[in-house]
Ligand binder design. Structure first.
Ligand SMILES: [Zn+2]
Length: 148
């Protein structure tokens, strides 16, 4: 999924779990639950291109803007930390964008195959309309739990 639903889910988890370790574990787990929901989060394929770079930049900015706007100052950086834990599995994929050998290293090879082709790409919707819908709904649910 896009950064915004992952990050906001982590932020929502931080609002309900004040202890860092269980919140971080829940946030990382939430990543795989969200990725298992059929969705679309790339432009023109699963590789580095202008569309995907613009998408990641705008998506990241949206996630940060919503976090800054919705989370009270007293809890802001704890929420950010747990939000980053919710994005952690995708961060492990970033070196593979620039260094192809990364995805052939032991453990990362198996993780990359499971996280991409098996968990997400096999059920990826063809259209952005239906591919974006579950992500918008997840972001709205997360926002509900952040502000309630
Ligand atoms: Zn992911």
């Amino acid at each position: 999924m896009l950064i915004t639903p992952h990050f906001l889910t982590g932020v929502a988890i931080s609002q309900g779990i004040p202890e860092t370790a269980p919140a971080a574990l829940a946030a990382v787990s939430s990543h795989f639950v969200l990725d298992a929901i059929p969705h679309r989060d790339t432009v023109g394929g699963h590789h580095l291109n202008t569309g995907n770079v613009v998408l990641v930049l705008l998506d990241g900015l949206l996630a940060l803007a919503l976090w800054w706007w919705l989370v009270p100052e007293t809890n802001r950086w704890y929420a950010f930390t747990i939000g980053m834990f919710a994005c952690l599995p995708d961060l492990f994929e970033v070196p593979g964008i620039f260094w192809e050998k990364w995805n052939s290293l032991p453990i990362q090879k198996q993780f990359h195959h499971w996280h991409g082709p098996i968990l997400q790409f096999a059920r990826e919707p063809v259209s952005w309309g239906i591919g974006l819908l579950p992500q918008i709904l997840m972001a709205i649910v997360a926002i509900y739990f952040i502000v309630r």
